[in-house]
Design a protein around this ligand. Structure first.
Ligand code: SER
Length: 656
């Protein structure tokens, strides 16, 4: 019987477990150990610091099935998804890793055995590439696999040098290809027509030997790693397609079951001229669901905006399939049935994902149709070769909620481009106006400096729903009201990073306290965190030792006991509010509140003095609600926001 995705995933993990590898769970899609990455884009990301020697683990061999998203940053596949047989925003990468344990010889032997025995791929269909400088790897392939030189191709380019991003561990690599036969066009790797579909790469073995770092002058330097290591990545969807004899990844059992569900819901054939729409929806459903399960929620900034772009792209395609009502949320059970066992976080988040997709799609549907009509009218006016005006694309963005790439995608079939410079100029103009109007508002006393900083460094990404410690990169340092490049022992500073687990004061809840450190041992005590202009998280505190510079990578750790105490006091306000409404009446509205680690204050409006009896009744009602909450709160663990704040009402929607 043909192996399913589930079988192949298990076979891979079991094989490496049998060879002494620790099975490590997939990390979150939001890397908390790498501030330079938007999403985990390969299996090695969670081990980055293990390769460089900054972190040690109790094992030197590991194997994972890693959730990956490539939809932003260096590896971005969003535009191609739907139009090719293999691009995805979300995919699974199977990997085996050696941290200074085995190197090339064993990595090649393991891969060859698994592929040819356990996964039963025919040897005569396989060929490999090595970097042209790596004769050692070529010799091992000859010895281990018995491949002739004609099937060991030397590639001189960066195709055979793998890098996670601009910085981080990297090294030459060797890739395994499958020849799908001459019914498909394309030449072998390294040939002029290598981009054809015939020869398909499905497993990349990276011989990790270097760490790339900024050289401080705008360039990069490569340092050898403490010990040569191994990082491999096998695309699960690709390997499955080959094993199941399918040309397209979208025809493998897992994705096909989602596509068939789309076809059932819309009544449109998955194999006709709307096939791309089915593929987009199946792919994007996975990306959106897994991102939300990892705490990313749709928003207009950073990761949340990438999520929203993916969601809306899927929604436009659902609309093209004629869906009158929201449909994407209806697909969640099929996805959970197929992947919930391997990724229990998906099962836990099922309710949150379903509700959020439903609300987002209902909202977007209200403007989608009008926006598409406007786009249609505007493109009809365009004569041959003309671009869509930037201000039209901006209006679609600003009024109708069309991300720029959605407009570009919608025009793709007509080969019309968007004037992107014009779009950016319109965006800039609007920002300027917002800035001016803000300057005249009640907040004008706010230091002007924060507007400039926000413009320069962009909003901070908040990771604190998921984690209390993470790495960040210093984007800005402020001392004595001025931006500075570095701060030293004894300085009182305000420090801004690109991402942070520190909660910034807002909604009556005080900011987190904790500590921020560099790898060189510099330490800052954070005594408060402020959210400025609604988007910028500013860590306030004193440098206790060492030096911090803009651009430094720092480890950020929230004071756990303090966070827990604030969280409990935050829960108190919800329960108290309920008790007050029960006793005094439904008119009781919250007028303000403040929680810190030791107490909570809750302001209300009520037209009369509260009597002693009423106070007793409020106390009793509060105690009753608290007991009830203790019994029910366990079932809400899927909502990241609730996890952090311990809130009674889950506000997955208010965060959008
Ligand atoms: N990091 C390599 C890749 O993504 C191998 O895992 O291809």
């Amino acid at each position: 019987m043909t192996m399913t995705v589930q079988d192949i995933r298990s076979e891979f993990l079991e094989f490496f477990k049998k060879h002494g590898h620790e099975h490590v769970r997939s990390s979150s899609l939001v890397p908390d150990n790498d501030p330079t990455l938007m999403f985990a884009n390969s299996g090695m990301v969670q081990f980055k610091n293990v390769f460089t020697g900054a972190e040690t683990r109790p094992y030197t061999r590991a194997t994972t099935a890693q959730k990956c998203v490539r939809a932003g940053g260096k590896h971005n596949d969003l535009d191609n998804v739907g139009y090719t047989a293999r691009h995805h925003t979300f995919f699974e990468m199977m990997g085996n890793f050696s941290f200074g344990d085995y190197f090339k010889e064993d990595a090649i032997a393991f891969a060859w055995e698994l592929v040819t025995k356990n996964l039963a791929m025919p040897k005569d269909k396989l060929l490999v590439t090595v970097h042209s400088s790596d004769e050692e790897a070529a010799a091992i392939w000859r010895k281990v696999a018995g491949l002739p030189d004609s099937k060991i191709l030397r590639i001189p380019t960066n195709d055979n040098f793998w890098m996670m991003g601009d910085t981080g561990p990297c090294g030459p690599c060797s890739e395994i290809f499958y020849d799908q036969g001459d019914k498909l066009a394309g030449g072998p790797p390294g040939s002029p027509d290598q981009d054809g579909d015939r020869f398909l790469e499905f497993w990349n073995l990276v011989f990790m030997q270097f760490e790339q770092e900024p050289d401080g002058q705008g360039g990069y330097i490569r340092k050898p790693l403490p010990k040569p290591s191994i990082d491999t990545g096998m695309g699960l969807e690709r390997a499955t397609a080959l094993i199941q004899g399918k040309y397209s990844n979208y025809d493998i059992d897992l994705l096909r079951s989602i596509i068939e569900h789309v076809a059932d819901l819309t009544g449109v054939s998955p194999d006709g001229d709307q096939a791309a729409a089915h593929r987009v929806i199946a792919d994007h459903l996975r990306a959106c669901s897994f991102l939300m399960a990892d705490g990313v929620m749709p928003s207009n900034e950073g990761r949340g905006y990438v999520l929203r772009r993916i969601m809306r792209r899927a929604m436009r395609y659902a609309h093209m399939l004629g869906a009158k009502d929201p449909v994407i949320y209806k697909l969640v059970p099929t996805l959970v049935a197929k992947m919930g066992e391997a990724y229990p976080e998906l099962k836990r988040a099922e309710g949150l994902v379903t509700e959020t997709l439903k609300i987002e799609e209902s909202r977007f549907k209200r403007t989608l149709e009008t926006g598409l009509r406007l786009l249609e009218d505007e493109t009809q006016k365009l004569s041959g070769g003309k671009k869509l005006a930037g201000d039209v694309a901006f209006k679609l963005y600003d009024t109708y909620g069309f991300p720029l790439d959605l407009t570009q995608d919608a025009l793709r079939a007509k080969s019309i481009e968007v004037d992107v410079d014009g779009f950016n100029a319109a965006m800039e103009k609007q920002r300027d106006q917002a800035r001016k109007s803000w300057a005249g508002s009640v907040d004008s006393k706010m230091d002007k400096i924060w507007f400039d900083i926000l413009d320069q460094v962009g909003p901070s990404e908040f990771l604190g729903y998921e984690t209390e410690s993470a790495e960040g990169q210093i984007r800005c340092l402020v001392k004595d009201g001025k931006v500075v490049d570095a701060v030293n022992t004894g300085d009182d500073v305000r420090l801004v990073t690109n991402q942070t687990p520190f909660y910034g004061e807002s909604g009556g809840q005080v900011g987190d306290i904790g500590v921020i450190r560099t790898a060189d041992g510099a330490e800052m005590r954070v005594t408060d965190t402020q959210k400025m202009l609604g988007k910028l998280f500013v860590h306030v505190g004193t440098v206790e030792k060492g030096k911090f510079k803009t651009g430094d990578t720092v480890e950020m750790r929230v004071d756990h006991a303090n966070r827990t105490a604030i969280r409990s006091n935050h829960s108190v306000t919800h329960l108290l509010h309920e008790a007050l409404r029960r006793v005094l009446g439904p008119h009781v509205a919250q007028k303000g509140s403040r929680q810190d680690a030791s107490r909570t204050r809750f302001d209300i409006n009520h037209p009369a003095a509260i009597t002693a009896e009423q106070i007793d009744a409020i106390g009793a009602s509060y105690r009753w609600a608290r007991r009830r909450k203790a019994r029910t709160s366990r079932s809400r663990s899927s909502c990241a926001a609730a996890r952090m704040r311990g809130a009674r009402a889950i506000s997955a929607f208010s965060r959008s």
